[in-house]
Design a protein around this ligand. Structure first.
Ligand code: MN
Length: 138
């Protein structure tokens, strides 16, 4: 797991900035999302191991989860259901990020109840807009 650490005198203030969790087994894609989240001045957790998704979400309470559907060992749709069935994480919006481009796959994802869907390859702006739409700054 990769996490930003803040040790400066703005720690109190920065700890209130929105936190984005991205679960993605492709390191390059994770770096891209990290870059976008940084540019928005939000906090970021990147995780390649989908099996850790629920525990991380429970512990860190991200404002938004970007969830890859095609993960080794686990399926993003199953992870989504786990998140929605847990009272600690049910409220967190989840955006599916996936290369599953076929129409029936997209319908399956949206029927599962994901808040939104971003298909790979995506433009940086698509991810940025999706994050901004679901993260409301006070
Ligand atoms: Mn993947």
């Amino acid at each position: 797991m990769k996490m930003e650490l803040y040790k400066n005198d703005e720690q109190q203030r920065t700890s209130e900035r929105p936190l984005i969790l991205a679960v993605e087994d492709n390191e390059d894609n994770l770096l891209i999302i990290d870059y976008i989240v940084d540019s928005l001045n939000y906090r970021f957790i990147g995780e390649a191991d989908g099996k850790k998704t629920l525990l991380i979400a429970q512990e860190f309470q991200p404002n938004l989860i970007l969830l890859d559907i095609m993960l080794p060992e686990v399926n993003g749709i199953d992870l989504f259901h786990s998140l929605k069935q847990d009272k600690l994480t049910a409220h967190i919006p989840v955006i599916a990020v996936t290369a599953l481009a076929r129409v029936e796959e997209r319908e399956r994802i949206l029927e599962a109840g994901f808040d939104a869907y971003v298909s790979k390859p995506y433009m940086l702006e698509e991810i940025e807009q999706a994050i901004c739409h679901y993260v409301k700054q006070d």
